[in-house]
Design a protein around this ligand. Structure first.
Ligand code: 0D3
Ligand code: ZN
Ligand code: CA
Ligand code: ZN
Length: 592
């Protein structure tokens, strides 16, 4: 299938006629560096030289810039501005070249042989280590025929930043949904140069089904190193992925044209020189859990990497389309499910004294990232200020009490309550104070005697109540006092009998909607109209981009949504519809 942007590239290419000397004259706007201008000049000269300009009337450069801006639908200023530069820095895409190997105009290449790369986020389709493995194998092939060495880093800016995203993912080259364009990459340069983006709408695999990540990585990393497309169908740099014969990286051999192309830039591997840094990897991850593919002097992640999640752990940044269900409802809050709970007698809670309303829980500090990011292992800098006070349930010898600092810690449910966060697991919950940052361990049935464990929970802060769900039942609690007349049946919300339990729930405070996660779907219940949204249920994967297919626990905190599945939770920006980062669950409980 030919895609819009494919088409644009073709047109741009079509405009090239000759290359004229680069020498000043590009019209600039504020905030643009000299370097930007030189690049822009090259771009205009390269692609817009053939634009027929009325040379005598106006500055020809300005007209060329205008032509370019018109073509890309930008503001037509005739000057180089940020927007224009961004388009000029678009990634390479499937332009069929009629040459053997080819390079980018100007033959950009890395001026050093030791390069770093970082996988900024991962796809939920395969495990993180499978992604790392495929990338490492692809780099190994390029490094075996050149003097190049690669080292994976896990934070900060790498020469080659690798990420998954879909549709609009922040570089003005939106992806196109399933199939079509599979990925793209920028030619060597600083900043976004060298970066490779993979379309999260593909189904990434290590095999022949779906889209093979290794083959695409090999191609994209060829772009990242300075290769353009080749005319040979056998070449990995051919514009289209045709051959899935060699999906096993250990059997893959680069075609001569690919080798010639890369060696024309970097030369061959120096005989008896250092071995490729990226060594042939152990094995595709499967049984042996492969560690990050690094060569000789790779430096491992700062601390022992908490094992990669077993289940596909989602994350990638996503895009603008199907929004989570929330039409802003400007109305005042109303009651929850049809039978409004009566106000409970304000009797003191059983044991933990709920505190008066607190201010919202601060979200853990985040390093500003220019791009969607998944931090594989970030330590919170938020630390308990005070020691959690001892609690009967804290007894580490009690095997029935889940261990809060278990690296594989999963939650059954999470909710806010009066400014604190409650993390439920089996028979207990941990209450993390929103003000003091300490964590108490509390038995569920000591607090709500009729409850042993719960599946899901959410708070309606406007009404100071929390809904608790177990199987098809739900309760309402005000502070730690259960409201009378509960449990009731979740058919109150409009769930059909086929729904046996709620996996997770959260409440969108602004929209006043409860979102229920049930298997791979979510349901949206409007607390204003007291109705289930007619579009419910919808696929989680479709609307909450990058959080994965299932959710085990979820909550809203400070305008961010958190989705826990397995040992991690995804911090999600609902306005931009993408995952911001991944947080190991145990870190939530102030465990180091
Ligand atoms: C792409 O998406 C290339 C990536 C690519 C090309 C060849 C080998 C691996 C990766 C963008 S730089 N090409 C599209 C493609 O192959 C046209 N789509 C799937 C298909 O048509 N078979
Ligand atoms: Zn390509
Ligand atoms: Ca695609
Ligand atoms: Zn991109």
């Amino acid at each position: 299938m030919v895609l819009p942007w494919f088409f644009i590239c073709f047109l741009v290419k079509f405009c090239i006629v000759e290359v004229i000397p680069v020498n000043g004259g590009v019209q600039e706007a504020a905030g643009i560096t000299k370097e930007d201008l030189i690049k822009a000049q090259e771009y205009i000269d390269r692609f817009y030289n053939a634009v027929s300009v009325s040379r005598r009337l106006t500055d020809p450069k300005e007209e060329k810039i205008k032509a370019m801006q018109t073509f890309f639908g930008l503001n037509i200023t005739g000057k180089i501005n940020k927007e224009t530069l961004q388009v000029m820095n678009k990634p390479r895409c499937g332009v069929p070249d009629v040459q053997r190997f080819s390079h980018f105009p100007g033959k950009p290449k890395w001026e050093k042989t030791s390069l770093t790369y970082r996988v900024v986020n991962y796809t939920p389709d395969i495990t993180d280590s499978e992604v790392d493995y495929a990338i490492a194998q692809a780099l190994r092939l390029w490094s075996e025929v050149t003097p190049l060495k690669f080292r994976q880093i896990y934070s900060g800016e790498a020469d080659i930043m690798i990420s998954f995203g879909y549709r609009d993912h922040g570089d003005f080259s939106p992806f196109d949904g399933p199939l079509g364009i599979l990925a793209h990459a920028f030619s060597p340069s600083n900043g976004i140069g060298g970066d490779a983006h993979f379309d999260e709408d593909e189904t990434w695999t290590l095999g022949r089904q779906g889209t093979n990540i290794f083959l695409v990585a090999l191609h994209e990393l060829g772009h990242s190193l300075g290769l353009e497309h080749s005319k040979y169908e056998q070449a990995i740099m051919y514009p289209t992925l045709l051959d899935h014969s060699f999906v096993d990286p250990t059997k893959f051999k680069l075609f001569k044209d690919d080798v010639d192309g890369i060696q024309a830039l970097y030369g061959p591997r120096i005989p008896n020189g250092p071995k490729p840094t990226i060594k042939p990897q152990p094995k595709p991850p499967k049984e042996p859990q492969p560690k990050p593919p690094i060569g000789p002097q790779p430096k491992p992640p700062k601390e022992p990497q908490p094992k990669p999640p077993k289940e596909p752990q989602p994350k990638p940044p996503k895009e603008p389309q199907p929004k989570p269900p929330n039409e802003p409802q400007p109305k005042p809050p109303k009651e929850p499910p049809h039978k409004p709970p009566k106000e409970p007698p304000h009797k003191p809670p059983k044991e933990p004294q709920p505190k008066p309303t607190k201010k919202p829980q601060p979200i853990p500090p985040k390093k500003p990232e220019p791009k969607p990011t998944k931090k594989p292992e970030s330590k919170p800098t938020w630390r308990p200020e005070t020691k959690p006070k001892p609690n009967p349930a804290d007894d580490p010898k009690n095997p029935t009490v889940p261990r809060k600092c278990d690296r594989e810690l999963k939650f059954d449910a999470i909710t806010s309550m009066r400014g604190d966060l409650l993390f439920f697991k089996e028979g207990i919950f941990w209450r993390k104070s929103g003000t003091k940052n300490n964590v108490d361990t509390i038995l569920i049935n000591a607090t709500w005697p009729r409850l042993q464990s719960i599946d899901a929970a959410y708070e309606v802060p406007q009404r100071d109540i929390v809904y608790l769900f177990k199987g098809r039942h739900f309760w309402i609690t005000k502070g730690f006092s259960l409201v009378r007349d509960y449990p009731q049946d979740i058919s109150q919300f409009g769930f059909p009998v086929s729904v046996k339990k709620i996996d997770a729930a959260l409440f969108l405070k602004e929209e006043r909607k409860a979102i229920f996660f049930v298997r791979d779907k979510y349901w949206s219940y409007d607390h204003v109209s007291l109705k289930m949204d007619p579009k419910s249920p919808r696929k989680i994967k479709k609307d909450f981009l990058g959080i994965g297919k299932r959710v085990e626990a979820a909550f809203q905190d400070n305008d961010r949504l958190y989705f826990s599945n397995g040992a991690n939770q995804m911090e999600y920006n609902p306005r931009r519809n993408h995952v911001v980062r991944k947080i190991p669950n145990y870190q939530r409980l102030n465990c180091k």
